[in-house]
Design a binder for this molecule. Sequence first.
Ligand code: FE2
Ligand code: FE2
Length: 272
Amino acid sequence: MSAEPTAEAPELDDRSRYAGVLRFYDLAKHAEWQVKDVPWGELPPVPEGKGSPQRQARRRDIWRSVVMQQLQADVIACEMSAQLLNAAPDPEARLYYTTMVQDESRHTEAWMKLIGQVGGEGERDPHLDRLGRMFLEADSLEEKVFLMQVFFERLIIPRFRLIARSSRGTVLEDICNRLAVDDGIHHGSGMAYERILLEHAPPTVKARLIDAANRMLPEFAKHALWRPKAREFIGSLMESRDRERLVQELEHGRRLAASLGLDVSEVRLPTL
Ligand SMILES: [Fe+2]
Ligand SMILES: [Fe+2]
């Protein structure tokens, strides 16, 4: 036997590049939970209001609109993750995406159950629908992974932490904590896969990612600042804090793109 590399060696080498993606498959299996694990009935669904019945009803409407936005986002995420599963050619990534499809579907189930306990579905956030369309209509896999996993999944995590902090001792807090973990995995796996996808990508593909970021970030900003009718009156109170937070999040988004080796000098952060 000669010590020459065999014909299969480069192929084996190639698959070892996917170890990082496979690690997220294991992590996802480990972190998997069931909707029945949520303390339904043991905790109030959302924070309970005090004061007059009108005041209480208004508070409940606010929480209902918070839950509605998350439900809407996760229904869209079901379609996105199914697209990723279908579009990814690599078996390791496909295996990982089977877990993401299940996660997004489980998130949707939990939100549907919760919204049923706080008065049912409400007003849709039009910016979230637009973000969803941008992703679903993106041409390349590189762009889809970039928009959903690199940006959106990461930018949404501080929002879960924020909602959890404002809803201690409720089912809503419990769900937000679970989803922050899951979306951390969705983001991490996307970073790992996008790195591999971009290794041999021509400059035109990279330039299109920057275009996609420039289309997405303004819409994300509008989504983050959007308030349904139920939250309009608190909207103005929180707006300056929201804007500050958003500026940091958008800057973080740009750093993520830079860490993938993209030339971010052409990224335009929306002016707020
Ligand atoms: Fe989700
Ligand atoms: Fe997710």
